[in-house]
Design a protein around this ligand. Structure first.
Ligand code: RIB
Ligand code: CA
Length: 311
């Protein structure tokens, strides 16, 4: 376990699994801020949801809203997984107020310049991150790196592409070619981390509002997953793995790989082209690719975080 908490900015589109990422980040990192992006739901919904979850875990970090649409592609959402609100399935409190600003990109730039060694942790379409990297190329040498949820060996929104990268493949290409440290939690690792019934019961057994709300959210999330998949035991809880890659690296198996992003052809746009050839001509790796997670131990991290904030 790292001795000093990593400082992060969590860029997200809550989103049931983004909510769990906020929880784990609040427990195990120094959250300098939460920035929001359109993705699972429109920006107004993802921002509202981020504020609600931040309040529920008692985090003091500001929420700044960002891009309401991808760089080039038309906005697309995932109400078929997360519901119209982006976080259906629970009786949620009202947000404590509006976002601190609507300038997530400016917040990311200013905060990373003022706090050398910050990690950027995107768990939605990477529009805000790409805009920040383009507006402030010096961030490459100021941030500790980018730990993202997205991509992988297979798709979910299309056969080839995972939702976050499919939404904004041009932003993903900017991120994957920025030249600094990059960690990828793709679908091949996140599908190992499912909200199985007994795991949700571990959450529901905890006292307090936070545990009840998260258990209800996980039940809803798992319901849409099991209704859409043939053989899955519960929702793949994707996003917290991008945080745990920084806070609990011992739970993961990692491979250095060269990853490029497909753009253009709608059949493959957003695909992560992971070069697995055993050839000298393969370019040097640009990404630490998470290939395995100790799922039970990682779930214990989630349960402990909920218990911690439930006193
Ligand atoms: O494909 C899964 C990703 O898309 C997760 O981040 C989920 O929250 C959605 O944003
Ligand atoms: Ca997300």
């Amino acid at each position: 376990m790292p001795t000093e908490l990593p400082s992060i900015i969590l860029d997200c589109d809550p989103g049931h699994d983004d909510a769990i990422a906020i929880l784990v980040a609040a427990r195990h990192t120094r959250v300098l801020g939460i920035t929001t992006v359109a993705g699972n739901a429109p920006l107004s919904a993802t921002t509202r949801n981020a504020i609600i979850v931040r309040d529920l875990v008692g985090l003091a970090a500001p929420v700044h809203s960002g891009a309401e649409r991808p760089l080039i592609q038309t906005p697309k959402h995932a109400d078929y997984v997360h519901g119209k609100s982006g976080m259906d399935g629970a009786d949620l409190p009202e947000p404590s107020g509006p976002p601190a600003s609507t300038d997530a990109v400016g917040f990311i730039i200013e905060t990373c310049r003022a706090n050398e060694g910050t990690w950027l942790v995107p768990t939605g379409p990477m529009t805000n991150i790409a805009l920040a990297l383009r507006a402030a190329p010096d961030l490459k040498d100021r941030i500790a790196g980018i730990s993202l949820m997205g991509g992988g060996l297979f798709g979910n929104r299309t056969a080839a592409a995972e939702f976050n990268l499919w939404c904004d493949p041009e932003a993903a290409h900017i991120v994957f070619s920025y030249g600094g440290p990059l960690i990828m939690a793709g679908l091949d690792v996140t599908h190992q981390f499912q909200a199985l019934p007994h795991r949700i019961e571990m959450v529901r057994a905890l006292p307090g509002v936070l545990a009840r709300v998260l258990a209800d959210l996980l039940d809803f999330f798992s319901g849409t997953y099991t209704s859409r998949h043939h053989g899955i035991g519960g929702a793949a809880v994707h996003d917290p793995l991008a945080v745990m890659a920084l806070t609990h690296p011992e739970l993961f198996t990692v491979k250095n790989a060269h990853v490029d992003i497909a753009m253009g052809d709608p059949r493959t746009m957003g695909m992560t082209i992971i070069d697995q050839r055993d050839l000298r001509e393969v370019p040097p790796g640009n990404c630490e690719w998470l290939t395995h997670v100790q799922a039970d131990a990682a779930w214990d991290v989630v349960v402990e975080a909920i218990a911690h904030f439930s006193h």
